[in-house]
Design a protein around this ligand. Structure first.
Ligand code: DGT
Ligand code: CA
Ligand code: CA
Ligand code: ZN
Length: 562
């Protein structure tokens, strides 16, 4: 769903229009439409495809045109033009509570203040005493404090997008940069981006990268910048001799680094971002990560494992897992189509999955009690199966499995009778309704579903939405135990806001011998790529191919679930 993205776009448009002193009415209209779209139950792309944009409240012809332009081209000319026209720092200054777009414009254009830090200094030095009254100045200071204590973390696709934009910019200049930090480790949320290079040009080149709003810090070996969206990027320069050690250091995690450093100390060596040295200061390693790990007596540790959760010990003992690879996934086991709340047809989804190299998919539209998502009745499922049968004939040997994301009702009963459920190839069960119940009731519902003979796996067990809501307080230890006892599976949902189970619990499930499924939960063809994020979580959970049920061939998989 791109609803959030489109809403964000309209909000930004409103801000920039206002900053440039244009029509107050337009500004209100953009923000109002943004709010409606953000809270829309339907997928905006679906509404757009069906040419119903103007049916949305507060979306008139002008706004509909802009949404259309954005969804068909990925860009909005007007926004780009406004961005160019807007003085530097305005988008950042507007993030301070109490600083509206007009004030931001004035601060930047008339007073030369282009960053939050500069605004703070100007306020504290008394430079703005003649410009704003004491109450307003105090409000700005409070706003700044709030902003600086609020930690904005990115989801993986946003962070990857920023990295890709930057690395193609550097690529065009012939500068090689490497990714470090939490993004390289595949963490579900990323605070800032950390880049490394051995090319001295990088230090200045980054300042000219499109989207850079502000240079925070610049020295001979390091530049930190802030992008328009407020994202910080650090780039650091190292020599080729140091690069491997630097990559280890800045990939982190900090706890992993400390474990490595202690290991070095135990040998009377020293490890830092410049290399591994003996006690006389002689360089032992540093050129590559492999070299540093090797000298420390272990194999290369994949970045996803570097969290100090036992990986150093495992590496020393030669017992690192052979982590599951994206290419080993043979089927995607959760996706939605226009039959329920997806934005692409069954055929489009199946073809999209086939094109991605899968042997099979499970189409898991919602069951009937999920009314907001247009859940299917038994009768509609039977009609969907006719379509599936026809497609299977045409797409063979590719196979669409008849499946359902089955609603677990409030009392733990399921949407359909066992007799009908047994006609599906595979059944995933979900808790969507009333997921704010107390822990005991929620757990009871999940346990009941996992004890039902027709259910194969539990979908997104905690129902969390990263950055929006915490997972529900379900007793995961008991859920895992129940899955184990009943021979059921648990899901790692690859939707980047879900990533549910997370790596901690997925690891625990694996250790208890519960097979996992890793899937996309796609509601559009593009979202089929979510499987990659799911695989990242699986790798962070130490999972090997054998622990992930959908690395099996179709036949082996069907054996497992029948
Ligand atoms: P983030 O940006 O909050 O998502 O997380 P990271 O892991 O990217 O953290 P960041 O950007 O603060 O620093 C990048 C890496 O640099 C971090 O993973 C480990 C290393 N590092 C940073 N500060 C320290 C430190 O004080 N000690 C050690 N040993 N390593 C550090
Ligand atoms: Ca970072
Ligand atoms: Ca950093
Ligand atoms: Zn769901």
């Amino acid at each position: 769903m791109k609803n959030g993205e489109v809403a964000e776009l309209l909000d930004r448009l409103g801000e920039l229009v206002e900053a440039n002193g244009e029509d107050r009415f337009k500004v209100i209209a953009y923000h109002r439409a943004a709010t409606i779209i953000r809270n829309l139950d339907e997928d905006i792309e679906k509404v757009w495809r069906e040419k119903r944009l103007q049916d949305i409240k507060y979306v008139g012809e002008g706004i509909a045109k802009k949404i259309d332009e954005y969804l068909s081209t990925g860009k909005l000319q007007l926004l780009e033009r406004l961005k160019e026209k807007t003085p530097p720092g305005v988008p950042l200054l507007m993030k301070v509570q109490g600083v509206g777009p007009r004030t931001a414009y004035r601060l930047s254009h008339d007073l030369g203040i282009t960053s939050v830090e500069e605004l703070k200094k100007a306020l504290e030095s008394g430079r703005l005493d003649n410009e704003f009254g004491p109450t307003v100045r105090q409000a700005f200071l409070v706003g700044i404090q709030k902003l600086q204590s609020f930690e904005k973390r990115m989801l993986l696709p946003e962070a990857e997008g920023v990295f890709q934009k930057m690395s193609s910019y550097f690529g065009a200049l012939g500068i090689a940069v490497g990714m470090a930090g939490s993004l390289r480790r595949g963490k579900s949320t990323v605070g800032d981006l950390d880049l490394l290079s051995t090319d001295g040009k990088v230090i200045d080149a980054i300042k000219g990268c499109p989207g850079v709003a502000q240079v925070l810090e610049s020295g001979p070996k390091r530049t930190s910048v802030k992008l328009d969206e407020g994202v910080q990027v650090d780039v650091r320069l190292f020599s080729k001799l140091e690069y491997g050690a630097a990559l280890i250091y800045f990939t982190g995690s900090k706890d992993h680094n400390i474990a490595l450093r202690n290991l070095a100390i135990g040998k009377e060596w020293k490890l830092n971002e410049y290399g591994l040295f003996d006690k006389r200061g002689k360089r032992l390693a540093g050129r590559s990560e492999e070299e540093v790990y090797g000298k420390l007596g272990m194999k290369y540790i994949p970045p996803e494992l570097r969290e100090n959760r036992g990986e150093v010990q495992a590496a020393l003992e030669g017992k690192l897992p052979r982590l599951v690879l994206f290419d080993e996934i043979r089927g995607d086991l959760q996706m939605h189509t226009t039959w329920s709340d997806g934005s692409a047809s069954l055929e489009e989804m199946a073809k999209g999955a086939k094109k991605r190299g899968y042997e099979y998919v499970a189409v898991t539209d919602h069951s009937e009690s999920v009314r907001v998502a247009n859940g299917l009745s038994e009768e509609r499922f039977r009609r969907q199966w006719e379509e599936i049968d026809k497609l299977n004939e045409r797409l063979s040997p590719f196979r669409i499995l008849k499946a359902v994301e089955l609603e677990i009702r409030n009392d733990g009963s399921l949407d359909f009778q066992k007799k009908f459920l047994d006609e599906f190839d595979i059944v995933g069960a979900s808790l969507h309704q009333n997921f704010r119940q107390d822990a005991e009731k929620l757990t009871e519902r999940a346990v009941k579903a996992l004890s039902h003979p027709s259910v194969n796996f539990l979908c997104h067990p905690t129902n969390r939405l990263i950055g929006r809501r915490e997972g529900n307080p379900i007793d995961l230890a008991r859920v895992i135990r129940t899955a184990k006892e009943n021979g059921k599976m648990l899901e790692i949902d690859g939707e980047p806001r879900r990533l549910d189970l997370d790596e901690i619990w997925a690891k625990r499930a694996m250790e208890e011998g519960v097979p996992m499924v890793v899937d996309s939960d796609a509601h559009s063809v593009g979202e089929l790529d979510n499987v990659g994020y799911g695989v990242t979580v699986a790798r962070r959970a130490w999972l090997e191919a054998k622990h992930v049920a959908n690395t099996r061939s179709l036949r082996a998989f069907l054996n497992l679930v029948s």
